[in-house]
Design a protein around this ligand. Structure first.
Ligand code: UDP
Length: 331
């Protein structure tokens, strides 16, 4: 089966391509390479194009005739969204309008969409179920919620079925070190902690030690990108088997604190993580972790790689190659 992977040169999209190819499917990447990397496109053709360009999209659908589409081509950096809302609404929302129009012209009616736990904002109750009110607190989360609403509207009027997967904290890398997280600038906790451990770029900034949590730092639900990729394949299969549209969390159900992450980085790398304590980062909810009931029911989803140690070991394995870090002690 051929699948159009919009944004397939990025972190999560490239892992999904690899997983599709491993089971014999054919990923076709459509990406403008504004944030993605052509070296991450290894499991099928790369079509360079922009989702806001109808002609480029039509040409890709015409040439490759995909059975379904997966969408990863979004601006994701929360702080950037606060400064550049127009760019976020243009790419993340207008881009999906353009993609849906092209899918309609091509007669392609199945879409797996990357949503986020950021659509919930600061949770009223934990673990977070899919029925939690969606009240995002930043531009990024609002653009993703807008697309969920757009998809609901279009699917009730047109021939569209979709899965909106609300990811928690995507992390880790392909265990063979082939692909991993390569954001520039990098704002995420685990790569930043590894960078500090490797002695690159100075001490890490630890944002907030006065939260009402067990150790005072924020708690997050880290999901290994391999598990995330498996959830996408399961969502795709569910849609293609004729099931109706659905929204679903993808997490593990367990929260780990920022301090627990730093401790694990030290244990896995055998290196200290130099860090400075800073005030809270704006817009960080103290605790986020998923209720996983629906992902178990709909996708038969059971994370295989998402214990913190495996996540950090795989991320380190990827980064130390990418950064050329020689001395590695493992604990
Ligand atoms: N964090 C940190 N220093 C960093 C990056 C992140 O202390 O350099 C903290 C951040 O404040 C949050 C947690 O780590 O409490 C996870 O942040 P990340 O950006 O990785 O993911 P988010 O939960 O925002 O999607």
């Amino acid at each position: 089966m051929r699948v159009l992977i919009v944004g397939g040169a990025g972190y999560i999209g490239s892992h999904v391509c690899k997983a599709l190819a491993a089971r014999g499917d054919e990923p076709v990447v459509f990406d403008n390479l504004s944030r993605g990397h052509d070296h991450a496109v290894q499991w099928g053709p790369l079509v360079r194009g922009d989702i806001r360009n109808a002609e480029e999209l039509d040409a890709a659908f015409e040439a490759h005739q995909p059975a379904a589409v997966m969408h990863f081509a979004a601006n994701i950096e929360v702080g950037e969204g606060q400064k550049e809302p127009l760019a976020f609404w243009d790419n993340n929302v207008a881009g999906v309008v353009s993609l849906l129009q092209a899918m309609k012209r091509a007669g392609c009616s199945s879409l797996v969409f990357s949503s986020t736990c950021a659509t919930y904002g600061t949770p009223q109750s934990l673990p977070l179920t899919e029925d939690e009110p969606q009240t995002p607190i930043n531009v990024y989360g609002r653009t993703k919620l807008a697309v969920e609403q757009l998809l609901a509207d279009v699917s009730s009027a047109e021939d569209l079925r979709y899965a909106a997967l609300r990811y928690f904290n995507a992390s880790g890398a392909s265990p063979d070190g082939e692909i991993g997280e390569e954001h520039d600038p990098e704002t995420h906790l685990i790569p930043n902690a590894l960078k500090a451990a490797a002695g690159l770029g100075g001490p890490m900034k630890l944002f907030g030690t006065d939260y009402d949590t067990a150790d005072g730092t924020c708690e997050r639900d880290f999901i290994h990108v391999m598990d995330l990729a498996a959830a996408h394949l399961a969502a795709l299969d569910r849609l293609l088997s004729g099931a109706g549209s659905f929204q679903c969390n993808v997490g593990t159900g367990t929260g780990y604190s920022v301090k627990a992450v730093l401790d694990t980085v030290e244990r896995v790398t055998g290196l200290p993580v130099p860090h400075d304590i800073h005030g809270r980062r704006e817009g960080d909810p103290p605790r986020l972790y998923a209720d996983v009931t629906r992902s178990r029911q709909l996708l038969d989803f059971q994370p295989q790689y998402s214990d913190l140690e495996t996540i950090i070991r795989d991320a380190w394995n990827f980064h130390r190659i990418a950064w050329g870090v020689e001395a590695v002690k493992t604990g």
